[in-house]
Every structure is written in C-alpha cells, then in structure tokens.
Design a protein around this ligand. Structure first.
Ligand code: UDP
Ligand code: MG
Length: 323
C-alpha cells in the first residue's frame, strides 16, 4: 500500500492544532487504499502548540511531531518535515487550513496519473487584506520576470511532491530557501491544480510585513542575478547620455554661430560619465559575485529522472541521480 506524508509547519498555532489534526485525519482516512502520516513541525513556538501536538501524538500513531530548537522560519520547518517524510508522496500544507485539505484528494489523483509535482494555484483568496493581495500579485509577477526559472504565478507552498522530488529538495543545502522556486527548478512532470483559498480559520498571520519582505527578497535574490546586471545597464546608460551631450555640443561648435559648451553641460557630461564608469565597474564586480553566489548555492549540475540500459552509477560529485 502506498503511503502519503502530510507536512504541516506550525508557529504559534495553538488555536489551530486540534482543528487541523481533525480535518487532516478525516481527509486522509477517507483514502482507504493508502496509509498516511501527519508530520507536524513546531517551528520554535513558545505557546501551547507543542504540548497539544505531544498529547495528540500519544493517542494517534499516524501523528509525528518534530520540534525545532527555535524559530528557523517557515521554509526551514517545511524542509525539515520533508526530510522526515517516509511516504511515496509528500503533501505540504499550512496549519491554518487556508488551503482546503480536500484538495489533497485531487492532488493524489493527478499524482497517480503520472505527475511528480501537483502545485496548488490560488484562484481566489478570501479573507486577505487588500494590501496582502496586491503585494502578493505584484511579487509573483516581478519574480517571474526576473527569474530564469519559470516560477508559477499565485502559487504558495501547498503542493504534492513525489518522493523523488522530495529527495532532491532535502539535498539542496542552500540556507535562504525559497521552496516555491526550488520545486519548479527541480523539473520533473509538474501540473497546477486550481483551488480557492479560504480565510485563516483561527489565529493571525505569521508573516508580518518584515517577514514578507525578507521572503520576497529571498525569492528574488535566490532565483535571479538580474538586479546585479541592472547596475551594469544603468552605468552604460549614464555613459551614453554623457557621450550624447558631448557629441551634441561638439557638433554645435562646428556650426557657423559656434555655440560653446555651457558650464552646466560640462558638469552633466563629467558627472554622468564618471558615475557611469563607476556603475559599470560595480556591475563587473557584480558579475563575479553573482557567479560566486551561484557556486556557493551548490545546487546539483543536473537531476536525472530516469535511466534506460544504464547499470553503473556514474560517480560525479555534483549530480543527483534518481532512478
Ligand atoms: N510558519 C512557520 N514558521 C514561521 C512562520 C510561519 O512554521 O516562522 C507556519 C505557520 O504556522 C503556517 C504557515 O507557516 O502554518 C504559513 O504561515 P501563515 O499562514 O501565517 O502565512 P500567510 O498564509 O498569512 O501568508
Ligand atoms: Mg496562512
């Protein structure tokens, strides 16, 4: 019998522990042809989250609990849960039931039909502030434009991944993790599943503005070196402006009435030219830094999905091989 693991990160979710466990258990038990496990990761909450999880784990053997030593953040907590998952597929879902657990059933159907990743795509987001809606919409669009990886729009962490994708993910050692980009980066057969996002059942968002900004910066910086290139482009633009003004007045010198360079023009030419040269120099440094950053992420050079007629495993350090 195949097994499904459900990973739930929890940070100050004491009001959600019981409803979340009940709802997920009901959904998972309706799947008679699968076994399941619920993996709750307490991400350093100091309220009753852990004690409640502990009480449930004593009664329910399908409930597994991991408690982190402090708050490491949502992405780290999810990664920890995935690394302990023993299922053939792993579902990631938030504790607040904003993502309806029934959708998991459809995700499993798509997985069974051959997809390795089924990601939830939010069609509507009920009960969110206007500010959150607009910033989220903008963020996904900017990220998608900047990034070299195709990161799906309006997609959160609610998704099902096959165990082979989970194995690749936990082996990616980078610290500022952005799973919404890392999963598409892994490749494999991915498909969206559209659903409506509900308001939070209880408690408050654990993503205040400051965390949201850090999350957005992680997403953009981990998946794009375009901001670094922008410096170079700005520099080149400034130099072109300087040269343009210089040429304009030089040509005017040749005309019969000989317009001389006004002092302001000299000032603009000198400032733009040397400003531009500095920006280009920073841009060149940026190119090197970008490359060093890429190397330091230590992502595998490639990921193998299947092999045919290959019996020996090639011993290349930076590759990740899955059969
Ligand atoms: N979360 C976590 N660690 C954190 C912040 C959040 O484990 O540092 C969990 C939180 O308990 C929830 C999920 O991540 O299960 C998503 O958080 P939330 O619902 O507050 O985010 P929002 O839906 O408002 O973006
Ligand atoms: Mg939420």
């Amino acid at each position: 019998m195949k097994k499904i693991s459900v990973v739930v990160p929890m940070y100050y979710e004491e009001s959600m522990v019981r409803p979340c466990h009940e709802k997920l258990t009901a959904v998972m038990q309706s799947l008679t042809s699968y076994t399941y496990e619920l993996i709750f990761v307490n991400d350093g909450s100091q309220d009753a989250t852990l004690s409640q999880l502990e009480a449930i784990s004593l009664k329910d053997s399908c409930t597994k609990v991991i408690s982190l030593s402090r708050n490491f953040g949502h992405q780290a907590a999810v990664t920890c849960g995935i690394s302990y998952a023993a299922g053939d597929a792993v579902v990631i879902i938030d504790a607040d039931l904003q993502d309806p657990p029934e959708v998991i059933l459809d995700m499993i159907k798509l997985w069974e039909s051959g997809y390795d990743v089924v990601y939830g795509k939010r069609q509507k987001r009920k009960g969110e502030t206007f500010f959150k809606l607009i910033t989220a919409k903008l963020f996904y669009r900017i990220l998608n434009n900047l990034s070299d990886t195709n990161i799906p729009l309006d997609t959160g962490d609610f998704r099902l991944i096959d165990k082979k994708v989970a194995a690749v993910l936990v082996n990616l050692k980078e610290h500022n993790r952005f799973l919404r980009g890392l999963v598409p980066w892994c490749g494999f057969n991915q498909i969206p599943l559209v659903y409506e996002r509900n308001p939070r059942l209880a408690g408050e968002t654990k993503y205040p503005f400051k965390k949201m900004v850090k999350f957005a910066v992680d997403g953009i910086i981990s998946f794009s070196s375009k901001p670094l290139r922008l410096i170079m482009k700005l520099g080149i633009f400034a130099i072109i402006i300087a040269l343009f003004i210089f040429c304009y007045y030089s040509m005017a010198l040749l005309t019969p009435n000989r317009v001389v360079f006004p002092a302001l023009a000299w000032l603009i030419i000198i400032i733009s030219f040397f400003g531009g040269v500095q920006l280009v120099s920073i841009g060149i440094l940026g190119e090197y830094i970008g490359r060093m950053y890429d190397e330091s992420k230590n992502r595998p050079l490639y990921i193998i999905d299947k092999t045919y007629n290959i019996t020996t495993k090639k011993n290349i350090k930076k590759s990740s091989s899955i059969k």
